[in-house]
Ligand binder design. Sequence first.
Ligand SMILES: Nc1ncnc2c1ncn2[C@@H]1O[C@H](COP(=O)(O)OP(=O)(O)OP(=O)(O)O)[C@@H](O)[C@H]1O
Ligand SMILES: [Mg+2]
Length: 230
Amino acid sequence: MLRIDDLHVTYGGTRAVAGVTLTVDQGQTVLLIGANGAGKSSLINAVIGLAKISQGKIMFDGHDIGSMSSDARARLGIGYSPEGRRVFASMTVKDNVLAGAVTLNGREQVRSWDKLVASFPFLAERQAQAAGELSGGQQQLVAIARAMSGRPKLLLLDEPFLGLAPVWIQQISIAVRQMQQDGITVLMTEQMARPALKLAHSGHIMRGGLIRRSGAVHEIKGAALAEEYL
Ligand SMILES: Nc1ncnc2c1ncn2[C@@H]1O[C@H](COP(=O)(O)OP(=O)(O)OP(=O)(O)O)[C@@H](O)[C@H]1O
Ligand SMILES: [Mg+2]
């Protein structure tokens, strides 16, 4: 479904991603583990079109997307939840969530909202409240619900657990499992290896813009947990 080939992302003199090749198969959840500055966000941002590729190729669903606009990539079926619970603070919870569903028609939007509310009742309870007034965990869930609301084929989650209490890590894990049940393919990054490993099928350990180790979850678990404390 997603095929990244020899990807390079450079900012000025910084080589954030220095030649990464990986694939994410349909229905799989793939984890990118790495400490601060490993290049995880740069890779995710390159896939959604927020970071410019300096070399390499990104294929999604048979399309060469590397030079497409972010909008065009979203329309092809890529959803994205950015690092750091970015919500539109002054917009309501409902408008935040539906901002991810602009490519759907009105009826599909209603269906998408109803489905998300069935899983996360707090979205309905707080729908008219400004998203900036929510707790950190709630905001992160709104950001993920926004990414889910467009019913993407591939979901990019950049550090969904960052800075969250265990109760919210659990809620977000439930959201990810639901997406998996719906057949959504997931590429997620995390520094917190422990909860992330429970969700993934396979993973890659990144450091210094490169993949240092790859494998099924049971194969990389030890190395991933060691990386967590770097
Ligand atoms: N917009 C930018 N301009 C310049 N340098 C950047 C930019 N974004 C990231 N970098 C640099 O690229 C490298 C990789 O950063 P990146 O954000 O991709 O890492 P990360 O693995 O997501 O880290 P974290 O876990 O802290 O989010 C770092 O050296 C970082 O300082
Ligand atoms: Mg990051």
